[in-house]
Design a protein around this ligand. Structure first.
Ligand code: ATP
Length: 251
């Protein structure tokens, strides 16, 4: 796990007077699960947006697998093997879960038509395989708008995994998921991602999830990384407990 897959160096981005990224240096190792924590407005989503091509930094560079990706379009970045899931799942609500995954599989092959993927067995077969890996086979024919939040999040992430990424960025994969379902969702995710050798970076507000899921934790604070290390070390740091975890618990 010692090889760097993603390297951010000196990233800066300001929105008016707000420094959403104020000198971000971060290396993500091949195969690791890296959690990003920090208070609202610290710049966590901004980092994901810059890495996936949705925002262009004012300064600094991002390299992926040794190749500079700063300034590339989101679609070009997906093609290189970086996928993302959003805080709010991006499913097509009028389609079933299986159809949603089939559309994602087809988009990987450059097919964006809303109908073709649903008619071609090879897209359906791959969608079914993915649903099995995510434990979602029983709800394959359920419309996306009828899912509970845990299943919706998993289906959304399955769509990202359908793109066959080597790096997956997830913005709050457990937000909105009932406490009773959360750990199961996380266990499923961890299993699928490890089996597929996907490196993961995820923004998370639930420290139990971070402790269980992350190999390392990066603490974001006002556009900077205030701490970085294994969860046991970082989550027990008195400054992190005071400035981040205390705020999260009382939020
Ligand atoms: N497109 C934008 N235009 C203007 N300001 C923005 C934009 N995106 C983010 N910001 C601002 O940049 C700062 C960092 O926002 P960001 O969403 O990255 O924080 P965050 O750590 O992800 O917060 P949260 O935990 O609430 O999602 C905030 O002050 C936010 O208002």
């Amino acid at each position: 796990m010692s090889e760097v897959l993603l390297q951010a160096s000196g990233l800066r981005l300001a929105f008016g007077g707000v420094k959403a990224a104020d000198g971000i240096d971060l290396g993500v190792m091949k195969g690791e699960f890296l959690a990003i924590i920090g208070p609202n407005g610290a710049g966590k989503t901004t980092f994901i947006n810059m890495t996936t091509g949705y925002l262009r930094p004012n300064a600094g560079t991002i390299t992926y697998d040794g190749r500079r990706i700063t300034g590339m379009s989101p679609r070009a970045i997906v093609k290189l093997g970086i996928a993302r899931s959003f805080q709010l799942p991006q499913l097509f609500v009028e389609h079933t879960v299986e159809q949603n995954i089939a559309l994602a599989v087809a988009s990987r092959d450059g097919i964006w038509s809303p109908l073709t993927p649903l008619l071609r067995p090879r897209f359906r077969d791959e969608a079914r395989d993915l649903l099995g890996r995510f434990g979602l086979s029983a709800i394959a024919d359920t419309r996306a708008d009828a899912l509970n939040e845990g299943a919706r999040k998993l289906a959304d992430i399955a769509m990202a995994v359908a793109l066959k990424p080597r790096l997956l960025l997830m913005d709050e994969p457990t937000s909105g998921v009932a406490a009773s379902e959360k750990m199961e969702v996380v266990e499923t995710l961890a299993r699928v991602l490890r089996d597929a050798a996907v490196t993961a970076v995820f923004v998370e507000h639930d420290m139990d999830v971070v402790e269980r899921f992350a190999d390392r934790v990066a603490v974001w604070s006002q556009g900077r990384i205030a701490a970085l290390g294994p969860p046991t070390e970082v989550l027990n740091d008195p400054a992190v407990q005071r400035d981040v975890i205390g705020i999260e618990r009382h939020a």
